[in-house]
Design a protein around this ligand. Structure first.
Ligand code: NAD
Ligand code: MG
Ligand code: MG
Length: 331
């Protein structure tokens, strides 16, 4: 399956500059979308809860701020950037009533549309612009003249130009400067969840922890275990990110490279691959989404218990101590 990548010459800025845009929420993605779109010549208002702690910050940044209802009422494109688990309620209580035929409802992640927790009316476009990076990088790169690559998707095309709108929105956020990838809501949602669960967050943290614990249980000093299994991770990842696995392999010793081929498949083995397939299946059939939403409705009980556990883990206390003794991290 080949992907198509769109750049600045493929986008029609007027399509987004002509719209009244509401950004709902002013967190990681919200502040970046609002400020980048404003700097791209768009008419932006930020919709927040009454008494929100972000109200002042958004105003100080030079943005128009109003209630979520007013923002949704005024706008013809509404981007929902509150946490995924809050979006169905935000949509029902503050947005649905203000949607008119021809309006566009937008997201930065496909979760609620793909799993059916939000159902938009037929006359409304449903699009996505998902920057492939955290909001603070989306903003920083834009001000530096570059941009974070974005996925752009259309779930519902009511006006016939929903794709042009999605593309122009991604342009406004800065995505066209590095490239906009066309995808579907299903692809974005399922791949994003799988990546963060199996590899980036779930897989990585567990791998680092298991390596650290193996050394410490064998009697090695935790500080050295931290260096070998945690601290050096970033340098290896940087080499892979910049120039590929072959370049990382070129940079490490032959001993390390031999060890990579020898031990890697023993750690990430058939059983790990079966677990990954299982994780993917539970994402595809909606069981993961269901479980996550249940926990959210239960006050995040399971999530908070896990968070407490990792915060208490010796790898965290060791890391904090080590980072305070060395000068490589800026305060
Ligand atoms: P966030 O937690 O940083 O910010 C959410 C903001 O929403 C808060 O700052 C607040 O202004 C508001 N908010 C919080 N709870 C609310 C409620 N109950 N009602 C109304 N407003 C509320 O969220 P985020 O990480 O920017 O995520 C927003 C969307 O962007 C999600 O769909 C997420 O999946 C997606 N996304 C995030 C990232 C990322 O790196 N953070 C990357 C790509 C896509
Ligand atoms: Mg995600
Ligand atoms: Mg070493």
């Amino acid at each position: 399956m080949a992907i198509t990548i769109y750049y600045e010459q493929d986008c029609k800025p007027a399509v987004i500059q002509d719209k009244k845009i509401a950004i709902i929420g002013y967190g990681s993605q919200g502040h970046a979308h609002a400020l980048n779109l404003k700097d791209s010549g768009c008419d932006v208002r930020v919709g927040l809860r009454e008494g929100s702690s972000s109200w002042e910050a958004a105003e100080e940044a030079g943005l128009k701020v109003c209630s979520m209802d007013q923002a949704a009422e005024e706008a013809d494109l509404i981007m929902i950037l509150t946490p995924d688990e809050t979006q169905p309620k935000v949509y029902e209580e503050h947005i649905a009533a203000h949607l008119q035929d021809g309006d566009t409802l937008a997201f930065a992640h496909g979760f609620n549309i793909h799993y059916g927790y939000i159902k938009a009316p037929e006359g409304v476009n449903v699009i996505m612009c998902a920057p492939k990076g955290p909001g603070h990088i989306v903003r920083r790169q834009y001000t530096e003249g570059s941009g974070v690559p974005c996925l752009a998707c259309v779930a519902q095309d009511a006006t016939g130009d929903a794709w042009d709108i999605a593309l122009a929105y991604a342009w406004g956020v800065g995505g066209a400067r590095s490239g906009i990838i066309k995808a579907t809501f299903a692809e974005e949602t399922e791949e994003d969840l799988f990546g963060e669960q199996a590899v980036l967050c779930g897989g990585l943290v567990e791998l680092v922890k298991a390596g650290f614990e193996t050394l410490v249980e064998a009697g090695y000093p935790p500080e050295l275990a931290y260096f070998e299994c945690y601290h050096e991770m970033k340098m290896i990842v940087d080499l892979m990110y910049e120039s590929g696995i072959h370049f990382m392999n070129y940079s490490i010793s032959n001993t390390a490279e031999y060890g990579e081929y020898y031990a890697g498949p023993k750690v990430i083995n058939e059983e790990s691959r079966r677990a990954m397939k299982d994780i993917l299946a539970r994402i595809q059939d909606g069981s993961f989404a269901h479980e996550f939403v249940e926990d959210c409705n239960n006050g995040h009980a399971w999530l908070l218990e896990q968070r407490e556990k990792i915060n208490q883990h010796p790898i965290e206390t060791t890391g904090e101590h080590i980072r305070s003794m060395f000068s490589w991290v800026k305060k």
